[in-house]
Design a protein around this ligand. Structure first.
Ligand code: SAM
Length: 219
């Protein structure tokens, strides 16, 4: 089933509620992305989310970052363990002036992403085939994201080596993160980082409340 007009409107209105305007080109790109994801997912398991929920559980979920942090033009974002491009590719569509790197350990997922990026005509995205532990590129990113990659204590070691001074790591988490936070705090001084906030963001059209954990490195 192709991405419907109702899904397009819900996506646009959901983003608008956070103050984020998605223009016609962004909506067109989300539509193409959803159609590709649905098509490829028939033969290669990229996501268990049903196509009728891509706009909420994938796209609005990814964009919920805007409720806690507004990327500035020209900033660099790394998405670790991007999988089918979430949240990184969704953020690249919404913020065409953000320079986005999509990292994953699985080459097949990156091949899918390369094809989608070309089809969408995005010039602000590169893909990187690596494991985060390899620390390829070093601390050069203003924002480093991860969704559904690891528990928070492990994520700290995977994400913070890529965050530049003054930059932030954002972990997309569930309410269960409360139990992970006490194990995480002792690890932060090693990176001169602090737990800035754990934000609760309600996902439109769902009863899900996302937890976004913001860890910031000192300047
Ligand atoms: N972030 C996507 C999402 O939320 O839909 C994908 C989540 S999927 C459960 C986890 C992804 O992280 C997989 O694509 C896997 O290959 C990748 N991954 C896991 N550990 C990794 C690591 N240490 N370095 C790079 N990628 C990793």
């Amino acid at each position: 089933m192709p991405f419907t007009e109702t899904q397009q409107i819900q996506l646009q209105q959901g983003a608008k509620a956070w103050g984020l305007d998605l223009n016609a080109l962004a909506i067109e790109r989300f539509t193409l992305y959803a159609d590709h994801l649905e098509e490829v997912n028939k033969t290669f398991n990229l996501t268990r989310v049903r196509p009728e929920e891509y706009h909420t559980l994938h796209f609005l979920d990814s964009l919920s970052l805007y409720a806690v942090l507004q990327p500035a033009p020209g900033q660099k974002l790394l998405d670790v363990g991007t999988g089918a491009g979430l949240p990184g590719l969704a953020l690249a569509i919404a913020f065409p002036t953000l320079q986005v790197t999509l990292m994953d350990a699985t080459l097949k997922r990156l091949r899918f992403l390369d094809a989608v990026v070309a089809e969408l005509g995005l010039s602000n995205v590169t893909t990187l085939h690596a494991r985060a532990e390899q620390k390829v590129g070093g601390a050069q990113f203003d924002i480093v994201t991860a969704r559904a990659v690891a528990r928070l204590p492990q994520l700290v070691d995977l994400l913070l080596p890529f965050v530049n001074r003054g930059g932030a790591a954002i972990a997309y988490k569930t309410p269960a993160v409360d139990e992970e936070i006490s194990d995480t705090r002792p690890l932060l001084p090693r990176y001169r980082a602090t737990l800035e906030r754990v934000a609760k963001v309600a996902l439109p059209e769902t009863d899900i409340v996302r937890r976004l954990v913001v860890v910031r490195r000192a300047r």
